[in-house]
Design a binder for this molecule. Sequence first.
Ligand code: FES
Length: 66
Amino acid sequence: MYVCLCNPFTDKDLDNVLKDENVRKKTSDVYQACSGGEKPCCGTCICEVRDRVNKHNEKTLALAAE
Ligand code: FES
């Protein structure tokens, strides 16, 4: 499923960038990694990207706390 249509990338691209559970991520870095270095245009997808990054970072924190 496409997450961003302006600089097209999919949920699978997001999964690939977020696959390392030991490293916290920033939304802007994840977006640029998925879009090939482009910046967001309309911003419609940013909530979805941010939600995915926040979930990833929560998992990372939980693993660090164990
Ligand atoms: S849909 Fe991602 S920037 Fe427009």
